[in-house]
Design a protein around this ligand. Structure first.
Ligand code: OMP
Length: 234
């Protein structure tokens, strides 16, 4: 079975994205298209990445606007049948609800607190922390508004799981195999730690796409996850 990984194919060019998608597709469940590619190529990038690959396409546009605008955008994006579409929970109850109602066949995932933000950054933007508490508040708001999936850092997975229960899909970026560069991510953990904490889907970009052989990097993380999942936790 393909590993529960969404590879973030954040590339400047569609040709590179297509190459990365075919290299990783045999090993992972999902490929994630984000703003870098979508803003340049539009829906064409979804078709290209899907291509002959047996993978779900996760469309990460992090919509954040008034409810009517987000509802309209989600309705338009649902036509391309992404498995997941992201919105910012911080857009508020009515905005999340508008997205959920406009795209009933798509899983709307509400982003809680970006994994690139640390406590100092939260303080600067005026979001009452700590990050774990802000993520909890936004998660509850999003689920009460109809979202069935949440995006959070691996640090918050266990507490959000306890808060929202087993039926909500928890998606975690900020995943770094040990020794990998953290880059602009602040709240990070290894793939094994994220899965053991209870994440359903790990978003991993640069540790895979910037490896000399992205296919081999995806296969190796997928194997590590299988080992972690088959080892009973202490
Ligand atoms: O919604 C996301 O996917 C997302 C939310 C978040 O809080 N942090 C975050 O990094 N992401 C996305 O996850 C991916 C992480 O990529 P890497 O840092 O290269 O592994 C990027 O495509 C980000 O846009």
């Amino acid at each position: 079975m393909a590993a529960p990984i969404a590879v973030a194919i954040d590339a400047p060019e569609i040709e590179t994205a297509a190459r990365w998608a075919s290299a990783v597709a045999p090993h992972v469940s999902t490929v994630k298209v984000g703003l870098e590619l979508y803003l340049r190529y539009g829906p064409e990038v979804i078709t290209t990445v899907r291509g002959a690959n047996k993978v779900d396409v996760f469309l990460d546009l992090k919509l954040h606007d008034i409810p009517a605008t987000v509802g309209g955008a989600a309705r338009n994006m649902a036509r391309f049948k992404p498995s997941i579409l992201t919105v910012h929970a911080a857009g508020g109850r009515d905005m999340v609800k508008a997205a959920v109602e406009a795209a009933p066949q798509t899983q709307i995932a509400a982003v809680t607190v970006l994994t690139s933000l640390d406590e100092k950054a939260l303080d600067e933007i005026g979001l009452r922390g700590p990050a774990s508490e802000a993520a909890r508040r936004l998660a509850v708001l999003a689920v009460e508004s109809g979202a069935r999936a949440l995006v959070c850092s691996p640090w918050e997975v266990a507490s959000l799981r306890a808060e929202v229960g087993p039926d909500i899909t928890l998606i975690t970026p900020g995943v770094r195999p040990s020794g990998a560069e953290r880059g602009d991510q602040a709240r990070v953990a290894t793939p094994e730690e994220a899965i053991e904490a209870g994440a359903d889907l790990l978003v991993i970009g640069r540790p895979i796409t910037r490896a000399a052989d992205p296919g081999a990097a995806a296969a190796s993380i997928a194997a590590a996850l299988r080992r972690a999942q088959s080892t009973p936790s202490a």
